[in-house]
Structures are given as structure tokens and as C-alpha cells.
Design a protein around this ligand. Structure first.
Ligand code: G
Ligand code: G
Ligand code: MN
Ligand code: NA
Length: 253
């Protein structure tokens, strides 16, 4: 069986798993959201990490099927959590293919209605490279999504090739500092200044800012002192199965 047929089967046979990694609000010290990350529970190979199939899914177009699954599962999770008194915003990664799909905003709207959710339950993460693939179309899709009330975030900020002139036009409400700058920020002054400048840039543009890749207490303290809004990383928690998330968040609070 080829990988594409296996992936199609994975959806039909319920082998995909929704994992969530907490996003900690540094002011309230509360977990107010999470990033949705897919895993594949393969019957023979075990838990397959996304790095082994996302690139292939992007090449073949299967990623649109996968994004649909992730968006619906994330919505269901957020709707259930809210029913239990926990308001969480779930961030879902979109790919280039998704952004080039002019029908995407309409489809997401329909899924939202079917699940009884509202747009404030989701944040959509887009990467700089996805935007720069076809800036005009990405901008049009992004504007539609923002108009519908979805929060948009630029993922891996600082590692792509987007221009600041472009950034200014995009209706994004959040910048996500790439982990490559965060890992070294305690030891490397250059990384530290890039993080500091990105936080200031985001705030000057009236956007919120998230740092990912926090692996130490030291990095967490530095980010809080710099005024970073939210933090995500192994030091707070690794991505976990969605059905463990609420218990984890309540035990932490
Ligand atoms: O979870 P992990 O760190 O192993 O993820 C590896 C890569 O796969 C990351 O770049 C992450 O953004 C990507 N990824 C994980 N889940 C999804 C998903 O649902 N959709 C897309 N497009 N990328 C994902
Ligand atoms: O490309 P994207 O930024 O969406 O990918 C997020 C990926 O980073 C996920 O696969 C997640 O497992 C991983 N990740 C999250 N926090 C940490 C961390 O603190 N350290 C490391 N090494 N990876 C992390
Ligand atoms: Mn992401
Ligand atoms: Na990211």
C-alpha cells in the first residue's frame, strides 16, 4: 500500500490522534489555549510523528483532508471544554494548500456551525513561507478568515522571507516567535535581542506575541520580563493526547 492510500485509511479507520500543547498566558499565569498537533497511531509502526507524513501530505494535496480533520476535532474539543467551564482557544496549523483554497473560509464557517462553536474558539496558524508562496491569494483568504472572526497567527516568525510591508497588510493578531531563537536566548545575546525586538515589534503593531520552544525556567523568566504575552514549550508541557488536557490544566491551576 502506498503512503497516500495508508493516509486515507488512517482517517477512515480513526488512526489520527489530536494532541494538544498548552499555551500559558504569562500575565494571568493561566493556560488559556493550546496548539493542536496531529499524531498517527499506526497499527504496525506505532505512533508516527507528523514530520514523517506532513511534508508528503502537503505534496499530494492530502493535507486539505488532514486540515479538515484537525479543524473539526479541535472545534469539538473546544466546544466540549467550554461546556465543562473551561474556555480555551485552540490553534490549528494551516498549510500553503489551505491558504490557496478560496473556499476554505466558507468551509470552516460550515464546520463551525455544524459543531455549534464560534470563531473565538480557534486560532489559525499560518507560516511566512505559506504566505509568500502566493501572497495575493493568501492575503485574500486571510482577510476572509479574519472578517469571520478567526484569530490569525504567523507561525515560525522570523525564519521565512515575508517583508514587513506585507506583514503590515495581513490581518493577523498574533506573532509566534520561532523556537530556534528561544532555545539559545539565555546564552546568546543575539537570540535574546531578536526575541526582545520581535516582542516590541508585535506590540507596536498592536499584536500579541507567543514564544515557543521554552525548555527552561530561565527562558520563561526572561520572556515574562520582556513582556511576552504567551509561552509554549516542553518546560510547561509536551504535546499530550487531547483527552488528558483538561485534567492536566486543572491540576496545574
Ligand atoms: O508535533 P511536532 O513537533 O512533531 O510537529 C512537527 C511539525 O509538524 C511541526 O512543524 C508542526 O507544525 C507540524 N504539524 C503538526 N501537526 C500539524 C497539523 O495538524 N497540520 C500541519 N499543517 N502541520 C502540523
Ligand atoms: O512548526 P511548528 O512551530 O508548528 O511546530 C511545533 C513543534 O515544536 C511541535 O512539533 C512541538 O512538538 C515542538 N515543540 C514544542 N515545544 C518544544 C520545545 O520546548 N522544545 C522542542 N525541542 N520542541 C518543541
Ligand atoms: Mn504551529
Ligand atoms: Na510553530
Amino acid at each position: 500500500l502506498g503512503l497516500l492510500s495508508e493516509l486515507r485509511q488512517a482517517v477512515e479507520h480513526h488512526e489520527l490522534r489530536l494532541y494538544l500543547q498548552p499555551k500559558l498566558n504569562l500575565r494571568s499565569q493561566r493556560v488559556e489555549g493550546a496548539e493542536a498537533l496531529v499524531r498517527w497511531q499506526h497499527p504496525v509502526r506505532g505512533l508516527v510523528p507528523p514530520g514523517l507524513f506532513i511534508p508528503f501530505a502537503e505534496q499530494t494535496g492530502f493535507i486539505r483532508e488532514l486540515s479538515r480533520w484537525m479543524l473539526i476535532e479541535s472545534l469539538r474539543f473546544a466546544v466540549q471544554a467550554r461546556a465543562q467551564g473551561e474556555v480555551l482557544r485552540i490553534s490549528v496549523n494551516l498549510s500553503t494548500r489551505d491558504l490557496l483554497d478560496a473556499d476554505l473560509p466558507g468551509k470552516i464557517q460550515a464546520w463551525l456551525a455544524a459543531e455549534g462553536g464560534d470563531p473565538s474558539l480557534l486560532c489559525l496558524e499560518i507560516t511566512e513561507s505559506a504566505i509568500m508562496d502566493d501572497p495575493a491569494r493568501a492575503l485574500a483568504t486571510a482577510k476572509d478568515l479574519a472578517q469571520q472572526g478567526f484569530k490569525l497567527s504567523i507561525d515560525d516568525f522570523g525564519t521565512g522571507y515575508s517583508s514587513l510591508a506585507y506583514l503590515k497588510q495581513l490581518p493577523v493578531r498574533e506573532l509566534k516567535i520561532d523556537q530556534s531563537f528561544v532555545f539559545g536566548m539565555e546564552a546568546d545575546e543575539g537570540d535574546r535581542e531578536i526575541v526582545r525586538s520581535t516582542i516590541n515589534l508585535a506590540h507596536n503593531l498592536k499584536k500579541s506575541v507567543v514564544a515557543e520552544g521554552i525548555e527552561t525556567q530561565g527562558a520563561l523568566d526572561l520572556l515574562a520580563a520582556m513582556g511576552c504575552d504567551e509561552a509554549q514549550g516542553y518546560f510547561i508541557a509536551k504535546p499530550m493526547p487531547a483527552d488528558q488536557f483538561l485534567a492536566w490544566a486543572r491540576a496545574r491551576a
